[in-house]
Design a protein around this ligand. Structure first.
Ligand code: C2O
Ligand code: CU
Ligand code: CU
Length: 510
């Protein structure tokens, strides 16, 4: 358990935008280094040893323009020993170098050779590389609809540890249509990276070596992967429980859940409203007012909060832990807003009703409907292995959509908790969710629907790349596979699941 840390004593860090090392005629070039470093994450905590892009946690903020491609060399300058316990008991991880990295731009329409395929990993200075490694310098076309993305490590079997160590950052793609809207801008537009961590007394990151074990189950490997991780503190932009001084005006927050397992249920303790203007894939059609905002791992919500009615007040961003929460659990707190009394300039921003045009994929010809089971089975140590459609990572590719075709993917969750499912390359639309009887399914393997399909939530009526698939439901998404062919992946974004073994390759075919 983390030492006791006071709340709201550290100022929220504002991520600095990274500048290109070189501007070429057609693109910009960035050299980014993954390094080990120490950083103060809380006033009461000694500095924490972390891994981060450019020695920062969160990594540097990319703020780039639609139509202007960039190249990034994600150079690995990490030591050869991991700072966290690495379980090598699955996937032949014992045959791979302990420290390996590969960076994925989450939400990006990226060619396969730059997408951060898990087996395209490499070690320090590219001395050793995985079987799918193709290039040292990644290319991002920035040719898609503007959106808030994030980049993070995606190395085979250790993504949960590399991201937990700090390898994550945000990436904003801007476009003209959006710039024309009267949204809060400049210092009134702030990206927020939410995640949870636990600490040892000396400030080091705490991550369990092994899960809690039943005394009569087989002896676990040491270390052993665990089926989920929940930290006991919340961090925003790399500080534990920070505060932010705001003016009594509107702010735009691009919120990302970068936690390994934790799903947030955000609300403001004064009953205030989040005006959600964007989802994973950029602007929504219309602004959606919400008093509670659910954010699964890897999901993004672009929201406006209007502080103009609360001059001089102190407001907390809270996380609803539900009625059964342990009273000792401190993770109901996220951060604090201290609203000042005066404006530095007049607030000319507005909360538009209409935001953007989004064509519905429902009118497309559907070529394939896939039912994809989300399940778990015990391994030889009686640990759960999470599976997609009963297949492991190493099994042959089964999902082979054709370029330009539209499919429906139904995630049939027969486990007892929600899995946030993410598909690389594309943005999809949520079609509906439909409940079925899980008890009957478990006894007879038959699906008996217990209700009609329900439409997506108001803030899911836009482009998404990650969707929460609740237990005992079909979660249907509609996907057009474009603009590239090649090998990609889809997976659960609970990183402890993704690593073992809830990730599958898929091919977009010509
Ligand atoms: Cu955010 Cu495949 O990942
Ligand atoms: Cu992704
Ligand atoms: Cu999962």
């Amino acid at each position: 358990m983390s030492p006791r840390l006071r709340k709201f004593v550290d100022r929220l860090p504002i991520m600095a935008v990274v500048k290109p090392d070189r501007r070429n005629k057609k693109d910009d070039y960035y050299h980014i280094e993954m390094r080990e470093f120490r950083q103060k994450l809380h006033a009461d905590l000694p500095p924490t040893t972390l891994w981060g892009y450019n020695g920062q946690f969160p990594g540097p903020l990319f703020d780039v323009k639609q139509g202007r491609p960039i190249q990034v060399k994600w150079a690995n300058k990490l030591p050869s020993r991991h700072i966290l316990p690495v379980d090598k008991s699955f996937h032949h991880l014992d045959t791979m170098p302990e420290v390996r990295t590969v960076t994925h731009l989450h939400g990006g329409e990226t060619l396969p050779d730059s997408d951060g395929y898990p087996e395209a990993w490499y070690t320090r200075d590219f001395r050793e590389v995985g079987s799918y490694f193709e290039r040292e310098v990644y290319h991002y076309a920035n040719d898609q609809r503007p959106l808030t993305m994030w980049y993070h490590d995606h190395a085979m079997g250790i993504t949960r540890l590399n991201v937990y160590a700090g390898l994550a950052g945000m990436y904003i793609l801007r476009g003209e249509e959006e710039e024309k809207l009267p949204l809060p801008k400049g210092e009134y537009e702030i990206p927020l990276m939410l995640l949870d961590r636990s600490f040892n007394r000396n400030g080091s990151l705490a991550y369990p070596r092994q899960p809690q074990q039943d005394p009569d189950s087989p002896k676990l490997p040491d270390p052993s992967i665990q089926p989920f991780f929940l930290g006991d503190t919340n961090l925003v932009n790399g500080k534990v429980w920070p505060y932010l001084e705001v003016e009594p005006r509107k702010y735009r927050f691009r919120i990302l859940n970068a936690a390994n397992t934790r799903a947030y249920q955000l609300y403001l303790d004064n009953g205030g409203t989040f005006y959600q203007i964007g989802s994973d894939g950029g602007l929504l059609r219309k602004t959606v007012p919400l008093v509670q905002l659910a954010l699964s791992p890897a999901e993004r919500a672009d929201v406006i909060i209007d502080f103009s009615n609360y001059p001089g007040e102190t407001i907390h961003l809270k996380n609803d832990l539900g009625p059964d929460a342990d009273p000792e659990d401190q993770t109901d707190d996220v951060m604090q807003f201290k609203v000042g009394k005066s404006l530095s300039t007049e607030d000319e921003s507005k909360i538009p009703v209409n935001l953007s045009y989004i064509p519905s994929l429902k009118n497309n010809k559907i070529t394939t409907i896939r039912n994809l089971k989300l399940s778990s089975v015990p391994d030889k140590y009686e640990r759960p292995v999470f599976l997609l459609n009963d297949k492991k990572w190493v099994d042959p590719v089964t999902e082979k959509p054709k370029l330009g075709e539209t499919e429906i993917w139904s995630f049939v969750n027969i486990t007892d908790f929600p899995h946030p499912i993410h598909i690389h390359l594309i943005q999809f639309q949520v079609l509906n969710r439909q409940p079925f009887d899980l008890d009957i399914y478990n006894e007879t393997k038959q699906i008996i629907f217990t209700g009609a399909p329900t439409p997506p939530l108001p803030n899911e009526h836009g482009w998404k790349d990650t969707v929460s698939a609740p237990p005992g439901q079909y979660t249907r998404v509609i996907v057009k596979f474009t603009p590239y062919t090649g090998r990609y992946v889809w997976h659960c974004h609970i990183l402890e699941h993704e690593d073992y073994d809830m990730m599958r390759p898929y091919d977009v075919e010509e």
